[in-house]
Design a protein around this ligand. Structure first.
Ligand SMILES: [Fe+2]
Ligand SMILES: [Fe+2]
Length: 248
C-alpha cells in the first residue's frame, strides 16, 4: 500500500470508528433523557460518519486500493475508557473525547483541502470539512448538556483529571528529527506533511481545545500544554481511574 492509499484506508477506518462511538454515546444520551434536539443531532452525526467512511473508502479504491471490504479493528469500535462508570459519566467521557477529536479533525481537513488538487479528493475533503464543523458544535453542546444534567462541580471533578488522556495522541506525539515529506503528486490527494500535520494538531489543542475547557470552568486558566504533557507521562499509559494491568 502506498502513502496515498494508506492515508485514505486509515481515514475510512477512523470514520467508521467515529460512527460506532457516537452511536454508542447516542444510546447513553437516550437513556439519560437529554433533549430531543440533541438526540436528533446525534443520529445525524452517526449517519454523517458512515457517509465519511464510505466516501473515504471510495477514494481509497480510486487511488488504486483493494476494492474488497476494509478490515476493521473490533476492539476500537466500543468506547472502553471508563467501562465500569455509571452511564452519565461514560457519556461525559465520550462527549469530552469527541469534542477534542472533532476540534482537531476540523483543522486537519482544512489542511487536506488546501493541498488537494484531485477533484475526487477535493470533494471528499469538502464534505467532511463541512460536516466536522457541525460535529464540533454538537460535541461541545453535548458536554454542556451533560454538565447541566450532572452539575458543574461533579462534571469538573470527572473531566479535569481526564483532559490530558483525551488529548494523548496530540500531546504524546514524538516526532523524529527528520520526518518524511510527500511529493506534490501525493499532496494533491489531500495528504499533509507529517511535521506540519502534528504542529497544526498541537496548535489546535492549545489555541482552541484548552480554551474551550477553560471557558467552561472544567480546566484552570493557568493550565498549559506542558502541564498536561507532564500529567500524561505520570499516567504511564493507563487511563485515569483505571489500575495498571496486574503483572504476573
Ligand atoms: Fe467524520
Ligand atoms: Fe465527525
Amino acid at each position: 500500500m502506498n502513502d496515498v492509499q494508506r492515508t485514505w484506508f486509515r481515514q475510512a477506518r477512523t470514520e467508521y470508528t467515529a460512527a460506532s462511538l457516537v452511536a454508542e454515546m447516542t444510546h447513553w444520551l437516550i437513556r439519560l433523557g437529554v433533549g430531543p434536539d440533541l438526540l436528533v443531532r446525534a443520529t445525524r452525526v452517526v449517519s454523517d460518519e458512515v457517509r465519511h467512511a464510505t466516501i473515504c473508502r471510495e477514494l481509497y479504491v480510486h487511488v488504486g486500493g483493494d476494492p474488497g471490504p476494509v478490515a476493521l479493528n473490533p476492539r476500537a469500535l466500543a468506547h472502553a475508557d471508563d467501562p465500569d462508570a455509571p452511564t452519565h459519566l461514560r457519556a461525559i467521557t465520550a462527549a469530552g473525547e469527541l469534542a477534542c477529536e472533532e476540534s482537531v479533525a476540523l483543522t486537519v481537513f482544512r489542511m487536506r483541502l488546501e493541498n488537494a488538487r484531485d477533484p475526487m479528493a477535493r470533494e471528499v475533503c469538502e464534505v467532511i470539512l463541512r460536516d466536522e464543523a457541525t460535529h464540533r458544535v454538537f460535541a461541545w453542546d453535548t458536554l454542556d448538556a451533560l454538565t447541566a444534567l450532572v452539575g458543574q462541580e461533579a462534571t469538573r471533578a470527572w473531566v479535569r483529571p481526564r483532559i490530558a488522556w483525551w488529548l494523548r495522541t496530540y500531546l504524546g506525539a514524538k516526532l523524529r528529527p527528520v520526518e518524511p515529506t510527500f511529493p506534490p503528486e501525493d499532496l494533491a490527494f489531500g495528504l499533509i506533511d507529517r511535521r506540519a500535520h502534528w504542529a497544526a494538531m498541537r496548535q489546535t489543542v492549545e489555541a482552541q481545545v484548552l480554551p474551550r475547557f477553560q471557558s467552561r470552568g472544567l480546566l484552570e486558566a493557568e493550565a498549559t500544554p506542558a502541564m498536561l504533557i507532564a500529567e500524561l507521562e505520570a499516567l504511564g499509559g493507563v487511563p485515569p481511574g483505571r489500575s495498571p494491568p496486574a503483572t504476573a
